[in-house]
Design a protein around this ligand. Structure first.
Ligand code: GLV
Ligand code: MN
Ligand code: MN
Length: 412
């Protein structure tokens, strides 16, 4: 399609490395920019400064999503948005989310440099709290934007220190009032899994995103002496959590096409010689299959209740996220595939195992995702890497898809 139009990957990498300096902590190799933290504010401020330098119209919505929009030739047309997020997990790599946002910024710059006039405005978005590490649910910005979660309910969500989303948004100066209604949404992302790298494909054509269910659970039992309390007289909260987790791991292994993770666990009183009275933990359950997703969610809750009852524990549970499996529209998936093939890049269709803002934007506008290989499939870790040539290919595909949706004229 636009063989001569290419991004400058050196500029993308330069910005990735600049952004990747924000959130470095002593004793860690990666970056930590938890949503709405001081580090997130610093990253947002840098992104906004780049948007302003690029002459974009910067808008911030009530949940803190940031948009930078370049005008189109038809003022009545809605913008085609490219985006992702710039918050991170704890000790993260520099590509997850930021690659999609900074590639979009590069494409807007290339559109200017090439004297391209698009019919639709074209813009870049950075969504609030994609990772969901500090505040749950995850993908909060796109979830609220898509109408899937009430704004006031999102504002009231608290972190472990009792700080609400609204207080944190205000605190960093990103409680906005604007609204941007997209014509279409494209998200470019590193795969974060091993498939493309191991199989030697250049571009991942993302067919959908698997469902994600999260819980915060607490088993409460009785603290007692580790040396004197017989096993059958214990109310051991940790034993309940361990039994539930291993049982769920067996369940998902047997089912196939499902995953389960306990990524956070806190015990009380937390002493070597005391039977734990409290196990406070999280559960992350995922499946791409609609039926298995639904069945598994019920299974998690059923097993938790059963374990608590049998072990004489009480159970507190709160479901903190429930994102259904998403299947992108075939014509949008086809556009990504055709764009990549036109550039003679090798392509492979796959679902996304990670959550993405695209899974909620899909609810309000035609949406597609493009993946590039992650070396050895490492992500949510400082070891996250992708080849520059792959990063360039992905951004070129995003460039083509965006122009195709926006409609454009290029000066000769
Ligand atoms: C987001 O990165 C997720 O998949 O948890
Ligand atoms: Mn991400
Ligand atoms: Mn992530």
């Amino acid at each position: 399609m636009n063989e001569e139009l290419r991004v400058d990957v050196v500029r993308i990498l330069r910005n990735l490395n600049k952004l990747g300096k924000i959130g470095r902590r002593e004793g860690f190799n990666g970056v930590t920019r938890l949503a709405l933290s001081e580090e997130d504010r610093e990253a947002r401020d840098l992104l906004v400064s780049w948007m302003e330098e690029g002459g974009l119209n910067v808008r911030v919505d009530p949940i803190g999503n940031i948009f930078g929009v370049r005008r189109g030739s038809n003022p009545n047309f809605k913008p085609v948005i490219m985006g992702s997020h710039i918050d991170t997990v704890i000790d993260a790599g520099i590509y997850d989310g930021a690659y999609g946002v900074l590639s979009a910024l590069e494409i807007l710059r290339r559109i200017d440099e090439e004297g391209i006039e698009t019919q639709h405005p074209v813009g870049v978005a950075a969504f609030t709290n994609e990772e969901g590490v500090r505040f749950q649910p995850d993908m909060m910005g796109s979830l609220v934007k898509s109408g899937g979660y009430p704004l006031e309910k999102a504002y009231a969500r608290k972190d472990d220190d009792g700080v609400t989303v609204k207080e944190a948004l205000k605190g960093i100066g990103y409680l906005g009032r604007d609204d941007v209604k997209p014509e279409a949404y494209f998200e470019l992302h590193v795969e974060q899994g091993p498939v493309l790298h191991k199989r030697g494909f250049e571009i991942g054509v993302v067919e959908g995103v698997q469902g994600i269910a999260w819980w915060r659970m607490a088993f409460r039992g009785e603290a007692n002496h580790a040396g004197t309390t017989p096993l059958d007289m214990r109310k051991d909260a940790m034993a309940g959590a361990a039994e539930l987790y291993t049982g769920l791991l067996e369940y998902v292994a047997k089912k196939g096409n499902a995953l389960c993770t306990v990524g956070k666990l806190r015990l009380e009183p937390g002493a070597i010689n005391v039977v734990p009275s409290l196990a406070d933990f999280t559960i992350d359950y995922r499946s791409y299959d609609d039926a298995i997703f639904k069945e598994g969610k019920a299974e998690v809750e059923r097993r938790a209740e059963e374990v608590a009852k049998r072990r004489g524990l009480t159970l507190d549970k709160e479901m903190t996220a429930d994102a259904q499996p998403v299947h992108f529209r075939p014509e949008m998936v086809g556009l990504v595939e055709a764009s990549a093939r036109k550039r003679t890049y090798s392509t492979f269709r796959l679902p996304s195992g990670a959550g993405h803002d695209a899974q909620f934007m899909h609810v309000i506008c035609p949406t597609a995702m493009i993946f590039v290989p992650s070396i050895n499939g490492v992500s949510h870790s400082p070891g996250e890497r992708s080849d520059a040539a792959d990063l360039e290919r992905g951004a070129n595909v995003l460039f083509d898809c965006t122009l195709a949706k926006a409609g454009f004229k290029k000066e000769p």
